[in-house]
Ligand binder design. Structure first.
Ligand code: ADP
Length: 199
């Protein structure tokens, strides 16, 4: 599944294991300690090796002694992974929806993309941040992922490809529905714009 955004920019949704992605960077759904955890975080550290954890520890000591705040992102090298960098971001824990979770989730995507742009990268892969142990409901999380990635990719200087990598078939289905809904609403916006331009 893919959405062509113009200017050769592509937003893609695939099912798979993000540790195998050979994009310039993959994003880690880390926790604020940056010292590893379960889910995708555990998989990235297992597959990438100790050097990623050591670099995370150095970042903790020097730049983020209190831990990486929710919604922010930092980059490390990627050890043995096929990607060149891992961008570690902290998504929000779902607390019912009234604790700025949506805004913080969008920020985790946006800040990861900002870090990738600073590094001049052309491709980036995301997992479905916050939808595992952190309990963010899958549908709104997919909508935020798609909208934020599409908006930021359109404005990006270097990035050409963003891949949203989901782990299982159920998540893929949800992304498919959200992608269809999203491209329909985009078409409506485009039509509105051209009608306005004609007047
Ligand atoms: P969080 O703590 O942010 O919720 P998790 O790692 O628990 O992060 O889960 C985030 C999402 O990543 C979940 O949807 C989970 O199914 C998925 N996931 C777990 N392992 C992988 C992997 N190796 N590749 C891609 N996605 C994964």
């Amino acid at each position: 599944m893919r959405l062509e955004l113009g200017n050769g920019k592509l937003l893609e949704v695939v099912q798979g294991d993000i540790t195998r992605e050979a994009t310039d960077a993959i994003v880690n759904a880390a926790n604020s300690s940056l010292l590893g955890g379960g889910g995708v975080d555990g998989a990235i550290h297992r597959a990438g090796g100790r050097s990623i954890l050591e670099e995370c520890q150095r970042i903790r000591q020097t730049r983020h002694p209190g831990g990486l705040p929710t919604g922010q992102a930092v980059a490390t090298a990627a050890g043995r992974l096929p990607a060149r960098y891992v961008i570690h971001t902290v998504g929000p824990v779902w607390r019912g929806g009234g604790s700025r979770e949506a805004e913080l989730l969008a920020s985790a995507y946006r800040e990861s993309i900002r870090v990738a742009e600073e590094l001049g990268l052309s491709s980036l892969a995301f997992p479905a941040i916050s939808t595992g142990a952190y309990g963010f409901p899958a549908e709104p999380a997919a909508e935020i992922a798609l909208r934020t990635a599409a908006d930021e990719l359109r404005q990006a200087q270097h990035l050409r490809l963003i891949k949203l990598v989901v782990f299982d078939a159920a998540a893929l289905n949800i992304y498919r529905q959200e992608l269809e809904r999203f491209s329909r609403s985009e078409k409506i916006e485009r039509t509105d714009r051209s009608i306005k331009n004609e007047n």
